[in-house]
Design a protein around this ligand. Structure first.
Ligand SMILES: Cc1cc2nc3c(=O)[nH]c(=O)nc-3n(C[C@H](O)[C@H](O)[C@H](O)COP(=O)(O)OP(=O)(O)OC[C@H]3O[C@@H](n4cnc5c(N)ncnc54)[C@H](O)[C@@H]3O)c2cc1C
Length: 349
């Protein structure tokens, strides 16, 4: 019999940062992950963008969550010896005069944005309305996830299998799964949670994103480039180009329709030829109110969830994982905005 404090189901960015945070707090964790090839975290480019929308408004809680994330990813990087967070410029091409004007109305942007001192990418990008520079970053999910997985495996804290809900026993004293006993189980299983009957009251608004991996001869940059499509450098002349948002879909696989949409956006951005190498697709685990879904089940205190990271998994996961760790230790109350009790109509009174 293996005994642990926490079973964590799923090792996307949510399960990675929660298991890291609990492990750092001295808890014994066991991560169970079935390595779904197109989980959201395996398809995402890991962009952290401080602003969003036409008005370049700062993202929710950004001033708090970003410094926290930067520090946490640095600590993870030191332990795993892989580069995790890279701060980089986000070259934000204005799609119209209207967008440029809206940006200028806000005195050239604000804390996270500025205008370039001179034009750049003139031979490569179609940018008649110019561009703004945003202070962005990327999280190197391609190295972080396997490196943390290997670290977990090295301390006997990883089970590479699909957790079957039907084989899970929830008792008064905790959790049993085969020969594993745990005080608590926390589901970090992304969109799979939508099928979990214990959390059927949570309102997911999942959306599918598709991405192309493209080669752009002559484009050498460390910047993220964004117009209606975003390019993230992945290797010499190789870019992640995405991503679409589709709410009405039948499966989580790449489609010809979205390839057309993505290629159209690429053609509107690039003045130079490119080649498509592969196409990827995944579903974002978004909640209806765009806030994380965190907490222990109100009627089953041994069963919890850490999910709903939506489009912002990389910026939200470190802070929210640390917050949940404090809550689980009894040192804090969950922030009401992320507390799953909002779906169970339970108010704090
Ligand atoms: C195309 C696309 C682009 C994106 N780009 C960005 C971006 O640039 N920046 C950003 O911050 N966010 C981005 N996102 C959003 C981001 O990917 C998500 O917020 C984040 O990955 C969610 O992580 P998660 O760990 O909750 O879920 P997931 O990444 O889906 O992880 C769930 C894990 O659980 C495992 N699992 C599920 N069920 C079981 C089970 N029963 N047993 C065992 N294992 C199980 C799966 O194998 C998987 O490893 C993007 C999403 C998409 C789809």
């Amino acid at each position: 019999m293996t005994s642990v404090d926490y079973i964590i189901v799923g090792q996307g960015i949510a399960g990675t940062m929660l298991s890291w945070s609990l492990w750092k707090a001295g808890k014994k964790v066991l991560v169970i992950d079935d390595a779904k090839f197109n989980s959201a975290s395996r398809v995402a480019a890991g962009i952290i963008n401080p602003v969003s929308g036409r008005r370049f408004e700062p993202a929710w809680m950004y001033d708090t969550i970003y410094p926290f994330a930067r520090d946490a990813y640095q600590q993870v990087s030191d332990i795993l010896q892989v580069p995790v967070l890279t701060e980089r410029r986000l070259w934000n091409v204005f799609p119209s005069q209207q967008m440029y004007d809206a940006f200028m109305k806000k005195a050239g942007g604000g804390q996270y944005t500025s205008l370039p001192e001179q034009p750049e990418y003139e031979d490569i990008l179609d940018q008649p309305y110019g561009a703004a520079i945003v202070k962005g970053a990327t999280v190197n999910l391609r190295e972080l996830l396997p490196a943390w997985r290997q670290f977990l495996a090295g301390m006997g804290a990883l089970l590479e299998t699909h957790l079957e809900l039907s084989a899970l026993e929830v008792t008064a004293t905790g959790i049993r799964y085969g020969d594993i006993a745990a005080k608590k189980i926390i589901f970090c299983d992304g969109m799979a949670t939508a099928k979990n009957p214990w959390f059927s009251k949570l309102t997911f608004l999942p959306n599918k994103g598709e991405v192309l991996m493209v080669r752009v001869p002559g484009l050498h940059t460390a910047d993220i480039i964004k117009k209606s499509i975003t390019l993230v450098p992945y290797g010499p002349e190789l870019f992640w180009a995405g991503s679409s948002f589709v709410w009405d879909y039948t499966d989580d696989l790449p489609t010809g329709r979205q390839r057309e949409v993505l290629e159209k956006s690429l053609q509107q951005l690039l003045k130079v030829p490119y080649t498509v190498e592969t196409q990827l697709a995944a579903v974002r685990p978004s909640g209806n109110d765009r806030r994380p879904m965190i907490g222990m089940h109100p009627e089953m205190p041994a069963v919890g969830i850490f999910n709903g990271l939506g489009t912002k998994g990389c910026s939200l996961a470190p802070f929210m994982a640390a917050h949940f760790t404090e809550v689980l230790a009894g040192n804090a109350l969950l922030m009401p905005e992320v507390d799953i009790n909002r779906y169970f109509n339970i108010s704090r009174g």
